[in-house]
Design a protein around this ligand. Sequence first.
Ligand code: DC
Length: 335
Amino acid sequence: MTVIRGATTIVQDTPENIRSAVAELLEQIESRNALKRDEVLSIVFSSTSDIHSYYPAKAAREAGFASCSLFSAQEPDIEGGLALCIRVMLFVERNVEPHHVYLRGARVLRKDLAQKYNIAIDGPAGSGKSTIAKMLANDLHILYLDTGAMYRACALAALRAGTDIDDEAQVCDLMRDLPLSVLYRDGVQHTMLGDEDVTPLLRTSEVTMAASSISRHASVRMKMVEKQREIAGKMPCVLDGRDIGTFVLPDADFKFFLTASPAVRAKRRYDELIARGEKVDLQSLTEEIAARDKQDSTREFAPLRQAEDALLIDTSDLTVEEVLGVVKRKMQEKI
Ligand code: DC
């Protein structure tokens, strides 16, 4: 018999997050150990005491583990331990060399080794920060938080409500009860307004410009920053944005500031939108990017700015792989 261990973390205690985290963890354990489902005799889960909304064992049954015995238990609340963590032990009939699987920051089971580290990647539109942040998070099996999507969702809500984005008081009213949240399914961020997943609606040019405008208000920024700090405080993650290294997480363990020439950035956005089948014109995209640069970097509150301790990378003439290589090398040097 073989015992295989694994663990993962979730961002929020919701049934949906628990279901997708358990499905992902079991899938990874199966594939890394070349397991067949009928070889699994039983699966025991434990979860930290901040998880209440769903039984991981039930999620395993739903993920297709139809016949093995399943059990869920709650762990003691140990100070300094990882938050929102689900751990698992699979008992397998065959004797194999076990490959234990730790995802999304749940690398270690010992609380003294549990490390929360954050990576801040800032820069203007089209600098390549979201591509790099996503790839890095994927490689490191940690969370990627797209903070721009949060400001975009605020802008969408304002456009829908007919809020005058230049009117501080109206924006402040809108923000008071805005039901904005961020969920993760299979490691992919979904930005929600109430029960509605608005992720597919956030990339239009109307929302893009409105996001840049609404994000200058302190009432908007403080609400978003509070959520961003809450997520980053729970688990290792890569955050990309404009003010992560300067304002959201001034103590982030690793900080990068990506940039590129305006022409290269506009062309990248153009290619991205054309690939998505959208009709765009390079000249108006160039103007939109210049307008956003100006608005994002001249606003009073937490403007787009390179943190003094961030590493500047000009990505104009680099491939994605080259940029990722520089980022990883710099991180290794620092560790
Ligand atoms: O990264 P993005 O293009 O999706 O961001 C959209 C807008 O949101 C951007 O023009 C400015 C604002 N933003 C911000 O002010 N601070 C962040 N951390 C991220 C985005």
